[in-house]
Structure formats: structure tokens, C-alpha cells
Write a protein that binds this ligand. Structure first.
Ligand SMILES: *Cc1c(COP(=O)(O)O)cnc(C)c1O
Length: 367
């Protein structure tokens, strides 16, 4: 592969000594589930965000699900979100027993169109889940204002946005709760599954803690029916090592995104933009182009790996089935045109050039 999509192994090798040491330490501690390593990582995240509670759970999906359950959202309730996201955003709503209601997104951010929220609210609506897609914060002031006016809760899906900022504040601290994912390719990734809920609400935090551990606050006493959804100690220890590098990695992503922007300037593609009051952390660098599939195939032939996030909007997935392509026109158009280019924090600048040159060459042949 001339340019892979990400390089997870390379990142491990830059931190190998520290990671190997903490892994062996955890193995030797026999504290494998919850316990000191998870609590330490939670405290580090609380400090990183300046937030009262960070609760380690099994996945980003469970972080959303447990937040919804902790808010007593379930059967008969509706939750507004976007269709232009990873499937889990809506899956978590369904798993809680509620109904996902999709609104369209806006350009150029590809995030929720806050002007459409009001019309989607019904007497059953309980919450809004804005997604900070690709690492770009959604319009949180507008979302929070609508939510406040209608007495709704806001859960940030910050699974792609660990370290992003909105008006100088980190995403994950803006709503009533937020969900993070630590799957390997996320900006802060572990070596398996992992997730986290952040909140300033003491009652909510207590309920999420209860739910993640079989509804139990005391050994063998179960207050409610919960889940087995705990963050592994091994993953927490690895994440503690990686968290120290995260701001630098995000800055590196931003620099590389800037380089893509310069190299692809003038090309017949729509480049991602960053609103002036936000810090986009480029979990993904996503361009838009007509004839996307041809461009992707031609890049593949040159050994350049790209992906599509996401090819089928959630409302058109077989699992949700009742959507029609015309009801969310912007979402549908994006699904046909978006292409995620290779990007990882230690990506060589020469690989950005190689990828950009290949795109320019392929597009110029098209004319
Ligand atoms: C990754 C992701 C999730 C789910 O996280 P998992 O840890 O895979 O369960 C949810 N929402 C978004 C936007 C994501 O990118």
C-alpha cells in the first residue's frame, strides 16, 4: 500500500515502551475490571475536560445507551438525531426502546441543521443527540437553545471529537451528557472496545455508574436491571498513556489537514472547512466530489486507500427501513459524494503530497 488509510501499528511503536510497561503492570495487579486503572483514567479525563464526572464503559454505543437509560428515556419516547452518522448513534436510541427521529444536516459542516429541529419536536420528544461528525463540533448554542425552550435533554455524540473545541470549550462538556468511543481508529483509541460518558450532573453520573455494572452499587445487591458495560483495566491503562499525547496528535492532524487544503486548492473537489469559533480535530478528512466512486477506484489502483463515512445514511439502512431517499436531501447527496482521505497524526507530509498529486492527476484526466 503506497498510502494506507491509517497506521495504528506505527502509533503503537512510538509508545511501545510505555504501553508494554503498563500492560504488564495491570496483568500483575490482578485488578482487571474497573478498579484503580479505570478510576485513574476517569480522573485524568475529568481533569482534561474540567468536568465533574467521567465514567468508563464498554463502548461508545453503550455510552449513548446508558446516558439515555439514565435519563429514563425509553419506550414511547422520541429522540432527534441525524442520519449522517455511524449507525450506532441511532442504534443506541432503539436499544433504549425509543424511536430515532432524523433531521437533515447542513453544509459545509455536515452536522445537524438546527433550524430543522423545532419542526421535528413532538409531545413524545425527550432528547436531541447532535453528532460532532468527523471531529467538527455541531452548532451547540442553537441545539441547546431549542432544547432548553422545549425542556429536552442533549447528549453529545462526541465519539469522533475527543479534544475538539466549540467557542473555546471542549466538546463533551457542552450538553447534559456526552458519549465517547475508544475503538482503535478513533482520535483517542485503545486496543479493543471502550467508551466513556462525561457529565456535570451528579444524579446522572450515579445512574450511569449503576447501569454499567449490573445495576449494582454494592456487591450482589442490584437496584435496577443494568448492563455488563465496564471499561477494561487494560484498556484504561493504555488510554492513560495515550491521553498525554492527544492534544499533540490533534494538532498534527490539523497541520496535515491544512497541508491537504493547500495542496488540493483549485482542484474540482469541495474541501472541509472549519468554522472560525471551532477547533476541528479531523478525526476524518472528508472531501466531496462528483464521480466519487471513480476517484476512489483510481486512487486504489495507485495504492492509496480511502473510505466512505458513510455510504448508506442510517434512515436508509435495512435495519430502519422506512426512510425514503428524498426526505433528507442533504444527507443523501453527501452519501453519494463524500470521500475520506488517509490521515493519521504521524502521517508523513510526503504521503499527503502523494495523495493530493494523485487526486489532481486523476481529476485532470477526467476533463
Ligand atoms: C464510533 C462511533 C460510535 C460508536 O462507538 P463504538 O465504540 O464503536 O460503540 C457512535 N457514534 C459515532 C459518531 C461514532 O463514530
Amino acid at each position: 500500500m503506497a498510502v494506507p488509510f491509517v497506521d495504528l501499528k506505527g502509533q503503537y511503536h512510538t509508545l511501545k515502551a510505555d504501553i508494554d510497561r503498563v500492560v504488564l503492570e495491570v496483568l500483575d495487579s490482578s485488578s482487571y475490571i474497573l478498579g484503580q486503572y479505570v478510576r485513574t483514567f476517569e480522573q485524568e479525563v475529568e481533569h482534561f475536560f474540567g468536568i465533574k464526572h467521567a465514567i468508563g464503559v464498554n463502548s461508545g454505543t453503550d455510552a449513548l445507551l446508558l446516558s439515555l437509560r439514565a435519563m429514563d428515556i425509553g419506550s414511547g419516547d422520541e429522540v432527534i438525531t441525524v442520519s449522517n452518522s455511524f449507525f450506532a448513534t441511532a442504534e443506541a436510541i432503539s436499544l433504549a426502546g425509543a424511536k430515532p427521529v432524523f433531521v437533515d444536516v447542513t453544509e459545509p459542516s455536515f452536522n445537524v441543521d438546527s433550524e430543522l429541529l423545532e419542526a421535528a419536536i413532538t409531545p413524545r420528544t425527550k432528547a436531541i443527540i447532535p453528532v460532532h461528525l468527523y471531529g467538527q463540533p455541531a452548532d451547540m448554542d442553537e441545539v441547546l437553545e431549542v432544547a432548553e425552550r422545549h425542556g429536552l435533554r442533549v447528549i453529545e455524540d462526541a465519539c469522533q471529537a475527543f479534544g475538539a473545541e466549540y467557542k473555546g470549550r471542549r466538546t463533551g462538556t457542552l450538553g447534559h451528557a456526552a458519549a465517547f468511543s475508544f475503538v482503535p481508529a478513533k482520535n483517542l483509541g485503545c486496543y479493543g472496545d471502550g467508551g466513556m460518558v462525561t457529565t456535570n450532573d451528579d444524579v446522572l453520573a450515579e445512574r450511569v455508574r449503576l447501569l454499567r455494572d449490573h445495576g449494582s452499587s454494592k456487591k450482589y445487591r442490584h437496584e435496577v436491571v443494568g448492563y455488563n458495560s465496564r471499561l477494561d483495566a487494560l484498556q484504561a491503562a493504555i488510554l492513560s498513556v495515550k491521553l498525554k499525547c492527544l492534544d499533540d496528535w490533534n494538532e498534527a492532524r490539523r497541520r496535515l489537514a491544512g497541508q491537504y487544503g493547500l495542496e488540493l486548492r483549485g482542484c474540482d473537489v469541495v474541501l472541509p472547512t472549519e468554522a472560525p469559533d471551532r477547533k476541528h480535530i479531523y478525526h476524518l478528512y472528508v472531501i466531496r466530489t462528483k464521480n466519487r466512486d471513480q476517484l476512489q477506484a483510481a486512487l486504489r489502483e495507485q495504492g492509496i486507500s480511502t473510505l466512505i463515512h458513510y455510504p448508506i445514511p442510517i434512515h436508509l439502512q435495512p435495519a430502519f427501513g422506512d426512510g425514503s431517499p428524498s426526505c433528507l436531501p442533504v444527507t443523501q447527496r453527501l452519501a453519494d459524494e463524500i470521500l475520506s482521505l488517509p490521515l493519521w497524526p504521524t502521517m508523513p507530509t510526503s504521503s499527503v503530497t502523494l495523495t493530493s498529486d494523485a487526486i489532481k492527476q486523476i481529476l485532470s484526466q477526467r476533463q
